[in-house]
Design a protein around this ligand. Sequence first.
Ligand SMILES: [Fe+2]
Length: 491
Amino acid sequence: MIEGSKILVVDDNPDIVEVLSDFLTLNSCEVYSASTGKEAIEALGKNNVEIAILDVQLPDANGINLLDTFKLHDPTIGVIMMTGHNDPDFIVEAMKKGASDFLMKPFEIDKLMLMIMRVFKQRELLLERTNILQKLGDTKKIELLNRELQKKITELTTMYHISNKFNSCNLFEDIYERTVAIVNEILDQSCGYYVMDNEKSELVLYREKTKDNGDIAENKIFLSQDQLNELNSSRKHFVRGDKLYLPLTIKGECIGFLMVQAHMNGNKRNGRFLESEIFFLKLIAEKASTQIENRMLYESLFESVLHTLRSLIIAINMRDSYTDGHCRRVTGNCLSLVDRMDTISEYEKDVLRVVGPIHDLGKIGIPDAILLKPGKLSDEEYAMMKGHSVYGEEIMNRFDILANEAKIIRHHHERYDGKGYPDSLAGTDIPLCSRIIAVCDTFDAMVTNRPYRTALKQSDAVAEIARCKGFQFDENLADIFLEMVRDGTWE
Ligand SMILES: [Fe+2]
């Protein structure tokens, strides 16, 4: 059982060291010896000693102090104290300090063997206990690390979801509605967006999304001038009662607040916000602010581009007064028509608002001799005139942000039966906005006097639209337009 055990024998009496060493070596132990405290400590440092047989009285050290050093080095080491006196005080003190057993000099070598086996067994139990405690400690550490890791993963996943939801928001979506919906969806909390009314010292509810689709309690939040000044200057989130207010800022200016209401979860939450929730809400407020700022920049750029394009329409109008009025009326009729449609998006309505007034922009490239010709155009002249839809697209394509609008302009003279220009597109291959413009454009051209012909009577123009539906025009759109004319809601 003790074969291979590493045993250190410490005694200043070389005879005792020799006897013990021989005996232990004979029993296949690995034996180290020392005659002083210093040598004993050196031997301990060099070898993985399992059991020490330690004389209590050494020339340079006290046995009790050495016992302390041994246990400090390795708490599992088994120490047998050798003493010539049966001193109870000493034994109690040594036991308190971790001595495993006591060998009274002179000793019987056979008893020593039993003692070593017993101490060795004790050490094994101690090692086992230490290992179990170590494992328990490791398990707890792993559990703690796992919890931390899980928390981090949840945090990163939530951050990713927030970013993703903002990044996937297109330019035509209501960013305020999207923001309150994100708060509601990701954090499961009721949220309202309030705009600042500095003159009235109040925050006015603009968009809301509640947990139960009900209403947020306050439509308006009144503030004192001091509170308002504080909000404007600090631009930091703040908590009042169970509500958290997060400012949305553009270029350092506060434009409004997200108000989030902490939901009750038994008594645990007590209507308070967790640190992680505040972190995510601040992220949402920052993302929303950035989106709003980007939109403002985009809209400013868009408006500047449209202003340039409208200037071109004015230039055309200086040459041909028909174009301006025509474009205005066509736009009005397109918007009236889409108001009667169930299946059109807000985005397409916006596109029509932009494209309607400039759909004949390409006429800037048509020579006066053709544009203003009082008589019928020759085939060659008509071919050039037809080029205006492509010229219009080419001008629009100079502005990257108008790519879709450019396409609508290119196709506004296509026919539903594929016999139009410039690409002979047919049916729903023609963009919806182009099909809408085609109906309104043709009708307006028919009922307007031109230098080369007088206007058709309204009834004849209506009959022409009805006759051409399904061929020249999208039948459904033509029907809606005819309904508009019947109702008198056209320009
Ligand atoms: Fe046109």
